[in-house]
Design a protein around this ligand. Structure first.
Ligand SMILES: Nc1ncnc2c1ncn2[C@@H]1O[C@H](COP(=O)(O)OP(=O)(O)OP(=O)(O)O)[C@@H](O)[C@H]1O
Ligand SMILES: [Mg+2]
Length: 262
């Protein structure tokens, strides 16, 4: 089971879109995929038609009380999506209360990793969506994953947000045995916009070895898919956005295979 986290401390950079786009493509070719929504806003949960205010069970339960996490705790919170082989561990808005409460509570950073141990035979890929804040939820997501994807909007100030994220990764890596590797995914690229072109050049200058060769363009089809609650590849598999995510996915899977063979 491969676990990927999508994170950036900056909001609105395409995190949730990256999660659903990659997940849809993976499920389409036959992989069993679990999505985890760790954002208290529950955008990913809402994407698939669930109301993060109305759920009986959610990922919040993993942080509640001192109950041990077992397979039943995890299974009862899983929800179906409109796609075969694509399941969701939903967020509830109650997650917002955690950021203050759990900081400093011993062991709270490993709740997601513990939950995933319970279902490791059931999925090929897990993709975790995170809120744009460095707190206990992001720490959980970073601790549970093997690879981190950092979408970065190609615009002015993009690098500022990325610098913060890179500092967070270094901090997390001090506590990890296997250093967390990351891939920067340039998003909202518009080749006619000066800001897009210059910020992409800047990204290449500073992070040449970390940056994805495929770039996600501005594509309204991605937004249309979110309105329909379907993964983008199910709405229009020939759109520019889907093509870009398919290329990104190929490089990620390839890199993962190479890592596994060394
Ligand atoms: N490449 C793109 N082209 C056009 N629209 C996009 C693209 N990527 C994402 N969007 C749209 O931009 C908005 C923000 O994207 P998204 O929700 O994925 O960002 P986010 O980083 O998850 O935001 P937040 O930090 O609030 O969770 C959404 O309406 C989404 O449909
Ligand atoms: Mg989001």
């Amino acid at each position: 089971m491969q676990v990927w986290t999508v994170a950036n401390q900056k909001g609105g950079v395409g995190k949730t879109t990256t999660v659903v786009s990659l997940a849809g493509l993976l499920a389409e070719v036959g992989y069993r995929v679990l999505l985890i929504d760790l954002d208290p806003h529950g955008s990913l949960t809402s994407y698939f038609g669930y109301d993060p205010d109305e759920l009986e069970f959610s990922v919040f339960d993993l942080f509640e009380g001192s109950n041990p996490i077992n397979a039943a705790t995890v299974h009862r919170m899983l929800l179906e999506t409109s796609h075969e082989r694509l399941e969701l561990m939903p967020a509830s808005t109650a997650l917002a209360t955690l950021e203050r409460r759990a900081v400093g509570q011993e062991g709270m950073g490993l709740q997601i990793a513990r939950a995933l141990v319970q279902v490791k035979e059931e999925y090929d890929y897990v993709i975790i969506d995170t809120p744009p804040i460095l707190g206990v939820l992001m720490v959980n997501a970073l601790a549970a994953c093997q690879h981190l994807l950092v979408p970065v909007q190609t615009e002015f100030l993009a690098l500022k947000g990325l610098e913060r994220m890179v500092r967070t990764i270094s901090m997390i890596n001090q506590a990890r045995k296997n250093k967390l590797k990351y891939t920067i995914i340039p998003t909202f690229y518009d080749r006619r916009a000066h800001a897009s072109v210059t910020s992409l050049r800047e990204l290449h200058n500073r992070y040449s070895d970390r940056i994805s060769s495929a770039i996600v363009p501005v594509d309204t089809e991605l937004r249309n898919a979110s309105i329909k609650g379907l993964v983008p590849s199910a709405v229009d598999s020939s759109s520019r956005g889907v093509h870009a995510y398919a290329r990104i996915l190929r490089t990620l899977v390839e890199a993962q295979k190479q890592e596994a063979s060394v």
